[in-house]
Design a protein around this ligand. Structure first.
Ligand code: AMP
Ligand code: MG
Length: 493
C-alpha cells in the first residue's frame, strides 16, 4: 500500500504520454524502515526542489518508493538488449521505476527514476532489490564523472530500506533515486523495432529527436540525422571515458543511452596502471568490455541501433543499408577526433600538429610497458612543463625511457611559443588529481554497509572537486597499495 504525499515534483511525463507499448504501469514495493543515507543537495536545487524539505520523513518515503508523489505516473520501462553479444528480446526495468519527468531550472527535461524499488513484470528471476553498497557506488562514481565533465546520469539520493538483500551474503537494502536526460537506450529501440507494431519505432524515434537531438528534425532525413547525432555523442562519450581511464564494464546495448549519458555503474572501475587489456568485471571472461575495446564495442552497439532504424532511413532496403553504413563508418574518425583533442589538452598542446599521433602512441606504449599509473602520470606532467620532472620520473621503473620521450614533448610544446605557466594551469584543469580509485571506493562502501557514512562523505567531497589539489588529501591521489590485490567488480548487485 502506498499513501499520498504532498506535491514534490512538477511532473510532465512525455514518455508515458507518447510511448504506450514501451512500459508497464507499476508500483514500488514499500520499504520497511526508510532512512536517508545520501542526498545530492546541488542536484535537488537544480531540479527545483528544496533540499532541506527532501530530508523530512514524508519526502524520504517518496525516495524509498513508499509514497507516490502527486502527479507521478510510475512505470517499469520495457527494453531488449544484446548482452555480451547475445540478444534478449525482453529485459526491461526488473527492479526500477520511472516516476516521471521534470523540467529543471535550466529548462532541461530530466527523468526521476527509482532503482531497487521491488520486483516488476520484467524482474524474471531477480528479487527486485538493490544493496546499499552498489547504490552508493553508483552515487559516488556518477558524481565523480559529472565533476570530471563527463555526461552521466546522476544520483539524487540513496535511501536505506531497512530490508535485507541476499547476495553472496545478507546485505542492507537501498533505493537509489536516479536522474537522467532520459532512460531511452539502444535496447529500447531494439524492443520497439521487434515488438510487432511497426509504428512504435517511429514514435520512439520522434520522441528522442524532440527530446535529445532536436536539430535532427530540420535535416532532409531526420531519422538518419538522429542516428548520426547518436553516433557522435557516443563517440564523444567513449573518448571522454578513455581519457580518464574509465572502464564501463558492461557495455550491453541496454546500457547505452540515446542521450549520450553514461548509465549503469555496476561493474565499472577506473584503471590504475595503463593497460588497454584491463578488465575488472568478474563475468567478462573474454575481455569483451576491456578498456581498449570500448570504442569498437560502442560502434558494434550503434550497428544494432542502425538495424532498428533501417525502415525509417529509406523505404528501399538497399538505400537504407547504404545510408546507415556510411554514418556508422564515420564512428572511428569521430572517436579519433575527440580522443586526439582530449589527449592534446592532457599534454598541454593547444593545437594539433602532424606527428602528435606518434607522440601520443609512443607515450602510451611507454606507460604500458612500465605499468605507470595513468592518472598520476598526467597530473605530474604539469610540473614537468615548469621544469621539474622529478615526480613524473619517479613513476617509471626506468626513467630514461621517459626522458627520451619528454625531450620530444618539450620540443613540441616550445614550438607553440606559449606561456608555460598558463599551459601547466590548463593541464591541471583537464588532468584530475582525484578519481574514484577502487580501493577508496571499496573502503567507503564497506564502512557504509557497516553503518558508518563518514568515509563515503569524505570521499564524495574529494571527488566532486577532482582538479583542485588540496593539502591533507594525499592518500586520495595515490594508487592502490600493493596489498589491495587484483580488483573484481560485479553485475546485477
Ligand atoms: P544491469 O546488469 O543492471 O544492466 O541489468 C540487466 C537486467 O537485469 C535489467 O533488465 C535489470 O532490470 C535486471 N536486473 C538486474 N538486477 C535485478 C534484480 N535484482 N531484480 C530484478 N531485475 C534485475
Ligand atoms: Mg542496465
Amino acid at each position: 500500500m502506498t499513501v499520498a504525499a504532498p506535491p514534490l515534483f512538477a511532473f510532465d511525463s512525455s514518455y508515458v504520454r507518447e510511448l504506450g507499448g514501451l512500459y508497464e504501469p507499476w508500483q514500488a514495493v514499500p520499504a520497511p524502515a526508510p532512512r536517508l543515507l545520501a542526498l545530492n543537495e546541488e542536484l535537488a536545487t537544480e531540479l527545483g526542489v528544496d533540499p532541506n524539505a527532501l530530508r523530512s520523513p514524508d519526502r524520504v518515503a517518496v525516495l524509498a518508493g513508499n509514497a507516490m508523489p502527486e502527479g507521478a505516473s510510475p512505470v517499469a520501462q520495457a527494453y531488449a538488449g544484446h548482452q555480451f553479444g547475445a540478444y534478449s528480446p525482453r529485459l526491461g526495468d526488473g527492479r526500477a521505476l520511472l516516476l516521471g519527468e521534470v523540467v529543471d531550472v535550466h529548462g532541461r527535461r530530466r527523468d526521476i527514476h527509482l532503482k531497487g524499488s521491488g520486483r516488476t513484470p520484467f524482474a524474471r528471476g531477480g528479487d527486485g532489490k538493490a544493496a546499499v553498497g552498489p547504490m552508493l557506488r553508483e552515487y559516488l562514481i556518477g558524481e565523480g564523472m559529472h565533476a570530471l565533465g563527463i555526461p552521466t546520469t546522476r544520483a539524487l539520493a540513496v535511501v536505506a530500506t531497512g530490508d535485507t538483500v541476499a547476495r553472496e551474503t545478507l546485505l542492507p537494502g537501498a533505493v537509489l533515486t536516479r536522474v537522467a536526460a532520459s532512460h531511452v537506450r539502444v535496447g529500447t529501440f531494439e524492443y520497439a523495432a521487434r515488438g510487432g507494431d511497426p509504428a512504435l519505432v517511429w514514435r520512439l524515434a520522434d520522441h528522442v529527436i524532440a527530446r535529445h537531438h532536436p536539430d535532427a528534425s530540420e535535416a532532409d532525413n531526420p531519422y538518419l540525422a538522429l542516428f548520426e547525432r547518436v553516433v557522435d555523442v557516443q563517440a564523444s562519450l567513449v573518448a571522454d571515458w578513455m581519457l580518464v581511464g574509465f572502464i564501463h564494464g558492461v557495455m550491453n546495448t541496454d546500457n547505452m543511452t540515446i542521450s549520450g549519458e553514461t548509465i549503469d555503474y555496476g561493474p565499472c572501475a577506473f584503471m590504475d596502471a595503463f593497460d588497454p587489456s584491463t578488465v575488472f568485471s568478474s563475468i567478462d571472461y573474454a575481455g569483451r568490455y576491456a578498456y581498449g575495446n570500448q570504442p569498437q564495442i560502442a560502434r558494434w552497439n550503434l550497428a544494432r541501433l542502425a538495424e532498428t532504424l533501417l525502415p525509417l532511413f529509406d523505404a528501399d532496403t538497399d538505400r537504407a543499408a547504404a545510408a546507415a553504413t556510411e554514418v556508422l563508418q564515420s564512428f572511428p574518425d569521430r572517436f579519433q577526433r575527440y580522443w586526439s583533442k582530449g589527449m592534446q589538452a592532457k599534454l598541454g598542446l593547444a593545437q594539433g600538429q602532424e606527428g602528435d599521433g606518434a607522440l601520443i602512441d609512443d607515450l602510451l606504449a611507454l606507460l604500458r610497458a612500465q605499468r605507470v599509473d595513468y592518472t598520476s602520470f598526467f597530473r605530474a606532467l604539469s610540473a614537468a612543463v615548469l621544469g621539474d620532472a622529478t615526480s613524473t620520473r619517479a613513476l617509471f621503473a626506468e626513467p630514461s625511457a621517459f626522458d627520451g620521450w619528454a625531450e620530444r614533448w618539450r620540443a613540441r610544446l616550445s614550438s607553440e611559443r606559449v606561456d608555460f605557466g598558463a599551459v601547466a594551469e590548463a593541464m591541471n584543469g583537464v588532468n584530475p588529481v582525484y578519481i574514484p580509485r577502487n580501493h577508496l571506493v571499496e573502503e567507503a562502501l564497506a564502512a557504509a554497509t557497516a553503518g558508518d557514512m563518514a568515509p563515503f562523505n569524505r570521499l564524495l567531497d574529494v571527488l566532486v572537486h577532482p582538479f583542485d589539489e588540496r593539502p591533507g588529501l594525499e592518500r586520495y591521489s595515490e594508487p592502490a597499495p600493493l596489498g589491495f590485490g587484483e580488483y573484481r567488480t560485479f553485475c546485477g548487485t
